[in-house]
Design a protein around this ligand. Structure first.
Ligand code: NAD
Length: 351
């Protein structure tokens, strides 16, 4: 299959690009190379005959039409987005333009191309979204997000992703475009941009800086190793039912405080401080406005219908992630210098 992947120079998109090429798919990586992108993330496949790169912005409809015509993809995996909740609070405009208008442009370019091809049923437009569209859950462990949970987004980021999900469903219902949607919980792993919670904690710990935790650290997130997410996405693309959405999650609920303590324990083992623990650097900071209390995913549908289960436990995944950051200092040092990254240390997204 030839897949047009948007946002393939970002954190999750690059994992999808690497996994898709490994499965033998041809990939066209379309990315605007914003502050969050890094082409080194796909260096391992850049020389493959299966890989091509298009530097383009999803807000530019003419560029999208040209790319569809030039590459004639069999499927689209749409990941390009502004993804950082704290940036969406400071400046929501980019989130509206990229996540909503950009998705509208992708849908229209895909529809026009699909119609031009004679509406092949085998075509797929796979929209990659977040569990944050469902809002915030109570502490009751029995209550999780299912595919039928009503949308209740509470940040500019999640509202823009909810809007894009609605557009994708509407393009299926109205125009018959063969779509699949997925909504995933918080990802972590290699190549995670150094303004997100887990890299911030690892890198601040190593630098002897405070380890910032919002509020009292009781907010709960459901963590999934990024390579497990990439695998789930390819399975949903290949085998998901048209018009259906699938929740993806790892059943790994942790409070932010538990997560940070686990990272400190791993670092204490791997890079012991002369005295004390990295946990001594934990610092509670003013909470994010509208901070959702708990996210948790019920992934029964993708497990039972498509046979996907995560392969990496959170303990293994966190250890692999710490090892990766310890071994890839050049990668993260280069990104730490980018615009706005340092400004939000201490207000890092819990995800
Ligand atoms: P990211 O910020 O790491 O990467 C986003 C990529 O999109 C970057 O390479 C960037 O250059 C590109 N991009 C941004 N604006 C663009 C534009 N206008 N035109 C073309 N390219 C553009 O994001 P991520 O964490 O990898 O998330 C990828 C997708 O997965 C997003 O749609 C996000 O909503 C979704 N998602 C993320 C998580 C998570 O935990 N990070 C969880 C569930 C879903």
């Amino acid at each position: 299959m030839k897949i047009l992947i948007t946002g393939g120079a970002g954190f999750i998109g690059s994992a999808v690009v690497r996994a898709a090429v490994a499965r033998g798919h041809a990939v066209v990586n379309l990315d605007a190379l914003t502050y969050a992108a890094c082409l080194d993330n796909v260096a391992s496949v850049a020389d493959s005959p299966l890989y091509a790169f298009e530097h383009a912005d999803i807000r530019d409809r003419a560029a999208l039409d040209r790319i569809f015509a030039a590459h004639a993809p069999d499927a689209v995996m749409h990941l390009a987005a502004e993804s950082h909740v704290d940036r969406s609070i400071d400046g929501p405009g980019d989130f509206v333009e990229t996540n909503i208008t950009g998705t509208y442009n992708m849908l229209e370019a895909a529809r026009s191309y699909w119609v031009g091809q004679g509406k092949p049923e085998s075509f797929r437009f796979h929209h990659i979204s977040t569990d944050e569209v469902f809002g915030s859950l109570p502490p009751d462990p029995e209550v999780k997000f299912t595919e039928d949970t009503p949308y209740d987004p509470r940040s500019p980021y999640s509202a823009s992703k909810a809007a894009s999900d609605h557009l994708v469903r509407a393009w299926h219902e109205t125009y018959g475009l063969p779509v699949v949607l997925t909504n995933c919980s918080n990802n972590y792993g290699p190549f995670h941009f150094p303004e997100k919670l887990i890299p911030v904690i690892i890198l601040n710990a190593l630098a002897g800086k405070p380890l910032p935790i919002y509020g009292d650290g009781s907010n709960v997130r459901d963590w999934l190793y990024v390579e497990d997410h990439a695998e789930a996405l390819l399975i949903a693309l290949e085998r998901g039912q048209i018009g259906r959405s699938y929740n993806i999650g790892g059943d790994n609920e942790r409070t932010n405080l538990e997560l940070v303590r686990a990272l400190c324990a791993i670092l204490d083992e791997k890079r012991p401080k002369p005295e004390g623990s990295y946990a001594d650097q934990i610092t509670f900071v003013a909470d994010r406005p509208g901070h959702d209390a708990r996210y948790a995913i019920d992934a029964t549908r993708i497990r039972e219908e498509l046979g996907w289960t995560p392969s990496v436990t959170v303990e293994e995944g966190l250890e692999r992630t710490v090892d990766w950051y310890l071994a890839n200092e050049d990668w993260w040092r280069a990104l730490q210098g980018r615009k706005g990254v340092g400004e939000r240390l201490g207000r890092g997204k819990a995800g």
